[in-house]
Design a protein around this ligand. Structure first.
Ligand SMILES: Cc1cc2nc3c(=O)[nH]c(=O)nc-3n(C[C@H](O)[C@H](O)[C@H](O)COP(=O)(O)OP(=O)(O)OC[C@H]3O[C@@H](n4cnc5c(N)ncnc54)[C@H](O)[C@@H]3O)c2cc1C
Length: 295
């Protein structure tokens, strides 16, 4: 039986209280949200915090999906299930529902949070890929106030983020740009598993021409980032199979997969190519952008 090392338990009553507890308890304290990443690591003794600060009572404060004309703000305690079920989010950013349908299982989705997913910074994490693809920003709060960082700045490497020990992630902000759509494609070994490779795509088209495109891959490198070369290559092209083929080639070249139990590096490169094409194609189809689809 896997049993965590002993720890003390605190329950935060507000964001300010959580930040106060982090400062008071120091380096050996960790926040716990859904617990679906931290608890398995504690059971394996890969994480041995002396104090857990439970932030589940902060769901009223940080569990929200709010729209303005030009952005959507999602609180860090918003759970996978809430992201999956939100129709307004689906109609603005269908990539969220695409991804949530293939993240874990209902048990994990009922508790796991957006904040925990991004802060875990697992290179296979689907929501990190989604947020990168959508050019999200992260709002971090600490004793000195709030700061906002880009996704590139947020993820510093595998399991490492810009959130300091006495800070917490509060909110993710995603810009809404007209004329765009998005999609997510993932290949996994079995339903509910982590990705062998996954690709998120966001596409903007005007007058039959791609005005912008973003692709974010998961599980094929040490960190989840977008591929700027795809954006550069696709701007100005028609949204058709030639464009998707070029993007797939760039994705396969740009990624840096490792051979492991999920598959060979060669297979993962093939998936990066194929899933990039599929995600862009699906985004274009959603836009009704006249893309040529294949059987
Ligand atoms: C069986 C299983 C299958 C899974 N499959 C997938 C999958 O296919 N794809 C996928 O992407 N994920 C998958 N997951 C992970 C799942 O999505 C988790 O819910 C998610 O990774 C972490 O969210 P959490 O709220 O549970 O975080 P927790 O486990 O509570 O926390 C994770 C880390 O984030 C920190 N943290 C949490 N919230 C904050 C905050 N607001 N500010 C600062 N730090 C914070 C914690 O201190 C901890 O270090 C799976 C998990 C399980 C158990």
């Amino acid at each position: 039986m896997q049993v965590p090392a002993p720890f003390e338990y605190e329950r935060a009553t507000s964001v300010e209280d959580a930040i106060r507890l982090l400062g008071q308890l120091g380096d050996e304290a960790r926040l716990i949200a859904g617990g679906h990443s931290l608890l398995p690591m504690m059971k394996l003794r890969l994480a041995t915090p002396e104090y857990l600060i439970d932030i589940n009572d902060l769901h009223d404060e940080l569990g929200y999906i709010r729209f303005t004309d030009d952005a959507v703000s999602i609180g860090a305690m918003t759970r996978h299930r809430e992201l999956l079920d939100n129709d307004a989010l689906f109609s603005t950013f269908p990539i969220f529902r695409d991804a949530e349908q293939v993240i874990a299982d209902p048990v994990v989705r009922n508790r796991g949070t957006l904040g925990g997913s991004l802060c875990q910074a697992d290179p296979s994490e689907d929501l990190s890929s989604v947020c990168n693809t959508l050019d999200a920003s992260c709002v971090i709060r600490g004793p000195g106030g709030e700061r906002v960082v880009t996704m590139d700045e947020f993820h510093r490497g595998p399991y490492e983020t810009a959130v300091e020990q006495n800070e917490m992630l509060i909110e993710v902000r995603i810009p809404i740009r007209s004329g765009g759509s998005s999609a997510y494609e993932k290949v996994e070994r079995r339903a509910g598993d982590w990705a062998i490779c996954a690709a998120g795509a966001a596409l903007w088209v005007a007058d039959g021409t791609i005005t912008d495109a973003r692709v974010g891959l998961a599980a094929v490198g040490a960190n989840i980032t977008t591929i700027p070369a795809i954006s550069t290559a696709l701007r100005g092209l028609a949204p058709d199979e030639d464009a998707w083929r070029r993007a797939g080639e760039i994705a396969a070249e740009a990624c840096n997969p490792a051979t492991d139990a999920r598959g060979s590096a060669e297979y993962k490169r093939h998936l990066a190519d194929e899933l990039t094409k599929r995600a862009l194609r699906r985004s274009a189809d959603r836009l009704g952008a006249g893309a040529v689809t294949t059987a």
